[in-house]
Design a protein around this ligand. Structure first.
Ligand SMILES: [Zn+2]
Ligand SMILES: [Zn+2]
Length: 93
C-alpha cells in the first residue's frame, strides 16, 4: 500500500459503496450487496452489508489531506487514506 512513498500519488477514484456499520469503503462493484465482514477490534466480523453509494454528491474529497490520503508523511486519520469522505451520513442501520 505504501510503495509509492516520495511520489505524489494519483488521486484515488471515488468509492462506489460503503458499509453502513463500520463505514469501510469499497471501490469494487462486486462487493456491493455482500457482507462487509471487516474484522472488528473485539474479534467479531462486521455484520454490515455493503450498500452502493454511486452518486457524486454522496462523497466529498477529504478536506484534511486535500484528497491525497496523507498528511505530512502519515496516513490521513480523517479519511484513513481513502481520500474521500462519505458526505451523507444518513445511513440506514
Ligand atoms: Zn462494515
Ligand atoms: Zn484525508
Amino acid at each position: 500500500m505504501e510503495a509509492t512513498a516520495g511520489l505524489s500519488a494519483a488521486k484515488r477514484d471515488r468509492p462506489v459503496g460503503i458499509c453502513p456499520r463500520c463505514h469501510v469503503v469499497v471501490r469494487v462493484f462486486d462487493q456491493i450487496g455482500k457482507k462487509c465482514a471487516k474484522p472488528l477490534p473485539f474479534g467479531a466480523k462486521c455484520p454490515g452489508v455493503i450498500r452502493s453509494a454511486l452518486a457524486a454528491d454522496e462523497w466529498t474529497e477529504c478536506p484534511d489531506c486535500g484528497a491525497s490520503g496523507r498528511i505530512n508523511s502519515g496516513v490521513c486519520t480523517q479519511c484513513e487514506g481513502e481520500c474521500w469522505l462519505y458526505y451523507k451520513r444518513r445511513l440506514s442501520t
